[in-house]
Design a binder for this molecule. Structure first.
Ligand SMILES: NC(=O)c1ccc[n+]([C@@H]2O[C@H](COP(=O)([O-])OP(=O)(O)OC[C@H]3O[C@@H](n4cnc5c(N)ncnc54)[C@H](OP(=O)(O)O)[C@@H]3O)[C@@H](O)[C@H]2O)c1
Length: 225
């Protein structure tokens, strides 16, 4: 079992924390307002959970989840993230994040931008294409016929392996979607984003197997987002 540092403990970060605790991992949660504001969440999650500053969460994690608005990337604790495997759940949305020219003109993916900020960290993009309630409700044990697959993208084979192992432990399998430069195929508005798991109105979500995720990734076009 490992320790998962979580930077951004909202809908998605909080759901990953819950699944991680259920799988037997330790989690160290953080947000922008300080550890004391996470007391209720930590109490709910139990003794495997604690709250800390973002720096401390990054330092504590064997894996570090970054689950914040993209506009918060410049304030992430870069020194503490150095050398870490970082799971990036984030989606860029100019209405929330403001306009970031390299993302608007598709010269960078948002995960490649994060890789730039996390000096020496190995970023792996995953969880960005699934609604948090579906993420909670679609977790299944290894071998279950209705296990869901999630696309993962990253530049380091070692970091990807660590993330695949973590995914497996919390109830998901992975489809390799290539490098961080390739991760536009799973960005907001692409076929693999949201749709395979069904509408938000169905909180239970719809399992999406390997072929469904592969086909959705293959159907992505640059003009499509
Ligand atoms: N919601 C979904 O279903 C979903 C699904 C896939 C991907 N995503 C993506 O995942 C990311 C998180 O989404 P969310 O829905 O979980 O957002 P959310 O519920 O609004 O939570 C955002 C979290 O980030 C924290 N945060 C903001 N700025 C920070 C900073 N500078 N340092 C540390 N923590 C900071 C917030 O802390 P405070 O509350 O203290 O400010 C909060 O805990 C976004 O990029 C989103 O597009 C969301």
């Amino acid at each position: 079992m490992s320790t998962v540092g979580i930077i951004g403990s909202g809908d998605i970060g909080g759901t990953i924390a819950r699944l991680a605790v259920e799988a037997g991992h330790q989690v160290v949660l953080s947000n922008s307002r300080g550890p004391e504001t996470l007391a209720d969440t930590v109490a709910e999650l139990g003794p495997q959970a604690s709250a800390a500053t973002s720096e401390e969460a990054a330092a504590a994690g064997d894996l570090v989840v970054v689950s914040v608005p993209v506009k918060a990337f410049p304030s992430l604790p870069a020194a503490a993230l150095a050398g870490k495997t970082v799971i990036d759940t984030c989606n860029y949305g100019p209405e929330r994040d403001g306009h970031i020219p390299e993302l608007d003109d598709n010269s960078l993916t948002s995960s490649a931008l994060l890789q730039r900020y996390g000096l020496g960290a190995e970023v792996v993009k995953v969880f960005n294409n699934i609604y948090f309630k579906h993420l909670l409700n679609l977790a299944r044990p290894a071998g279950a016929a209705d296990r869901s697959y999630l696309p993962i993208a990253g530049d380091s084979a070692t970091a990807k392996s660590a993330v695949i192992e973590f995914l497996d432990s919390i109830g998901y399998s992975a489809v390799d979607a290539g490098t961080l430069a390739d991760s536009w195929r799973q960005a907001t508005g692409t076929p693999v984003w949201g749709t395979p798991h069904g509408p938000y109105s169905n909180e239970q979500g719809q399992p999406a197997g390997e072929e469904t995720i592969r086909a959705a990734l293959a159907a992505a076009t640059r003009a499509g987002f």
